[in-house]
Design a protein around this ligand. Structure first.
Ligand SMILES: NC(=O)c1ccc[n+]([C@@H]2O[C@H](COP(=O)([O-])OP(=O)(O)OC[C@H]3O[C@@H](n4cnc5c(N)ncnc54)[C@H](OP(=O)(O)O)[C@@H]3O)[C@@H](O)[C@H]2O)c1
Length: 342
């Protein structure tokens, strides 16, 4: 197929949503992809939520290529089962289980202390752990758990592991921070005035979509922070499409029943995460990807935040994590679109 026809097909899949997010999109697009590097044995990578679904599939694909992996899981029992299965299936023995509840800041701090002491270099930090929670819950620090798990935990992990990421990266091959977002974020806008659903009724899918929208800003703002500090680290966000994982089966049984025939398998859903972690192709720092291509950040004008809202949101993250960081951009905000190879 010619490049022009492929671009047209890709555009139509993207517009249709169902075609692009389901298995068909993956199947049609993959014909144009380059093979991934086969030898990742020189890289140390962290995968959060590595014991199930997309996280497991991500870890499996990276382990098959020889990467040294830290499986960051909240359950020792589920993590151990995943570790043993991954070792048996991939033959990679350089896998380590480290306990991490990404929704707990105490756990994040303890995890980063252990990891920083053991691994001076980290080439990729993959923020995959996540869940759609239908009831409002709070973290050990008393913070609404969807925000704590998808936004505050990854933000704090990234902040605390900056030295190890910077030590692993180079100008030609930056270390990578990857935020696994969701297409659900297309329906949401940041709400910096009520991040924790204290002024509104809690709705799980809304909280999830706002947190996943936040992950796109985290990728952009961390990309800017790395550029500003001249660190050889890049940040990306992605969405996996719709995959038939244990998470979807548990949280969205009705959706799963209706869409079962078009859902991706776990490896297909994890593909773009693996690609972002492994590829030598040029990537856009701060970019938002799906099926190995940049995708629009917005489908609805009403979901765009103003520069001052984005700045307030960033400062709220600093307050809630006890780690205030300077806003990495000057106002008026121009979010970075710097290419990593520049
Ligand atoms: N599947 C899809 O179609 C889809 C679409 C868009 C986005 N996503 C995103 O993809 C990611 C993976 O989801 P999945 O579908 O693979 O679901 P999954 O099978 O339920 O896997 C989620 C993983 O995250 C872990 N996790 C959840 N909360 C955690 C916490 N506080 N600390 C540490 N680990 C935690 C889970 O651990 P436990 O086993 O201990 O619960 C599990 O390992 C999530 O971020 C999800 O939002 C998925």
């Amino acid at each position: 197929m010619s490049e022009a026809l492929f671009a047209l097909q890709d555009f139509l899949l993207e517009q249709s949503v169902v075609g692009g997010f389901g298995r068909l999109g993956y199947q049609l697009r993959k014909a144009h992809w380059q093979p991934l590097p086969e030898d990742l044995s020189q890289r140390v990578m962290i995968v959060t939520g590595a014991n199930s679904g997309l996280g497991y599939a991500t870890a499996e694909a990276l382990a098959r290529r020889g990467a040294q992996l830290i499986l960051a899981c909240r359950s020792a029992a589920r993590g151990q089962i995943a570790l043993e299965r991954l070792q048996a299936e991939t033959g990679n023995v350089r896998l380590q289980l480290e306990l991490l509840d990404v929704g707990s800041q105490a756990s994040v701090r303890a995890f980063t202390e252990r990891v920083a002491a053991a691994y001076p270099q980290i080439h990729a930090l993959i923020h995959n752990a996540g869940a759609l929670m239908h009831q409002r819950q709070e973290s050990p620090e008393g913070i609404e758990l969807t925000l704590a798990t998808h936004v505050l935990g990854p933000h704090l992990l990234t902040a605390l592991l900056q030295p190890q990421l910077a030590a692993a990266g180079s100008d030609s091959a930056p270390a990578r921070v990857i935020f696994v977002s969701s297409g659900g974020m297309y329906l949401a806008r940041l709400n910096p005035e009520d991040l924790q659903f204290q002024q509104r009724a809690y709705h799980g899918t809304q909280a999830y979509a706002e947190a996943k929208r936040g992950m796109l800003y985290l990728a952009q703002l961390w990309a800017a922070a790395f550029v500003r500090q001249a660190l050889p680290v890049a940040a990306y966000a992605m969405h996996p499409g719709w995959a038939d994982t244990p998470g979807v089966q548990a949280a969205l049984p009705g959706f799963r029943r209706l869409s079962r025939l078009i859902l991706r398998n776990n490896a297909e859903g994890a593909d773009t995460t693996v690609w972002l972690a492994a590829t030598d192709e040029a990537l856009q720092n701060g970019g938002f990807y799906a099926d190995r291509a940049l995708r629009p950040r917005y489908r609805l004008a009403t979901t765009r935040s103003s520069p001052s809202e984005i700045e307030r949101w960033w400062h709220r993250l600093g307050e809630l994590t006890g780690m205030p960081l300077p806003f990495p951009l000057a106002l008026p905000v121009t979010l970075p679109e710097k290419r990593t190879e520049d």
